[in-house]
Design a protein around this ligand. Structure first.
Ligand code: KG4
Ligand code: ZN
Length: 349
């Protein structure tokens, strides 16, 4: 069957068409990134994001259908991100998907954005076995989930303050590097000495395996102020490399803690997902650590790390197949009852 996935939760408008059933493949993925629009503000401006989704969604859908050589009548299922995300942006996707589904009598399935990220490694990896431990690292989330099966998920660790991508974006903003910061810090990593600056690994006073990143942001900015570091200098590259090196070590440590807390016999697979899982140093470090382990490591293809429609379509199909008793034609019930929205600083977690 053909599934269309629609994603508008943040600053990417994405429409994907996948084929599931006899064949399991992505036919096309159309993404309109709003990065050039938000860049000059150093972060996402919610109202501008909603308008940009509104302008893009219709033509991206048309382009996706053309590229797939399909008509809207050929689509068997529409999958949509229900949240969490920016409320105005989510509403654009919801209104569009509902109108399309209702007018063409296509079933509509809603998926959670974080669950869709966790699904992303499944797009190109067959046979990922459960139980699965998944580390989600993005602009809005930093969490570890223990999944006994696709639809049995337990949140076992989460950031208590900023998300990891958010900190990278804020650090980049401080140095005047532009938005988003993650890819810039990624690119600069090989230019610096990862041992030049020290960072204290955060510890939770209650002994929990939760995470914290706001101290990293303060530490980088303090080093920058204290030493008068300007962007694109040797000290700057050293600071970027040391910062990334330390947060990657921190994520590895937290992941290993989570594995031993659960008892590693109860985990067959490990995945990382979300925009920051595109980071070269993070991927390399996880491969070095888990490449030869009994727990098999899975990472999404780079295009499926940041927000995309294929992960939404992939999970939407799974929901549709596994819960056939649900009424996917009852469009009125597709409200945001479970969704949480970005609030302060435009972030949600
Ligand atoms: O998953 P995503 O597209 O959106 C959210 O759900 O938040 O993640 C966006 C985040 C941004 O903070 C961005 O800086 C970060 O992913 N990011 C990266 C890289 N590419 C994107 N961080 C580190 N290295 C990258 N290569
Ligand atoms: Zn995301």
């Amino acid at each position: 069957m053909y599934v269309m996935g629609i994603e508008t939760s943040c600053d990417e408008t994405a429409v994907s068409i996948i084929e599931r059933g006899n064949k399991d493949r992505v036919i096309c993925e159309k993404i309109k990134s709003q990065i050039p629009i938000h860049k000059k503000y150093g972060g996402i401006v919610p109202e501008i994001a909603s308008r940009s989704h509104y302008e893009a969604i219709s033509y991206l859908t048309k382009e996706a259908l053309e590229e797939a050589n399909l008509k809207i009548e050929d689509i068997d299922l529409i999958a949509l991100t229900q949240g969490p995300g920016l409320i105005g942006s989510l509403l654009v996707g919801l209104s569009f998907a509902k109108a399309l589904a209702y007018s063409k009598k296509i079933p509509l399935v809603m998926v959670d954005h974080i669950d869709a990220h966790i699904e992303s490694p499944f797009i190109t990896n067959k046979g990922i076995e459960y139980p699965l431990l998944s580390l989600v690292v993005s602009g809005g989330h930093t969490s570890i989930f223990h999944k006994k099966s696709k639809f049995e998920s337990e949140l076992i660790s989460k950031t208590r303050d900023d998300a990891i991508g958010e900190v990278m974006d804020k650090v980049a903003k401080y140095f005047g590097l532009g938005y988003p910061g993650g890819p810039i810090i990624d690119k600069n990593y090989p230019k610096g000495d990862p041992k030049a600056y020290n960072f204290t690994i955060p510890r939770m006073s209650d002994g929990s395996n939760d995470l914290s990143f706001s101290g990293y942001k303060t530490a980088v900015i303090n080093y920058g102020k204290k030493d008068g570091i300007e962007k694109n200098t040797k000290e700057f590259y050293d600071l970027c490399a040391s910062f990334l090196n330390s947060i990657v070590k921190y994520l590895l440590k937290k992941t290993k803690n989570a594995i031993s807390e659960i008892n590693e016999k109860n985990i067959k697979s490990l995945s990382i997902a979300g925009g920051v899982s595109r980071n070269s140093r993070l991927r390399e470090a996880f491969k070095e650590e888990f490449g030869k382990s009994d727990i098999i490591l899975y990472m999404p293809e780079p295009i499926y790390c940041t927000d995309n429609g294929s992960m939404v379509a992939w999970l939407g199909y799974e929901k549709f197949k596994n819960f056939p008793e649900k009424d996917y034609f009852d469009y009125s019930s597709n409200v945001y009852s479970r969704a949480t929205f970005r609030t302060k600083n435009n972030r949600h977690r």
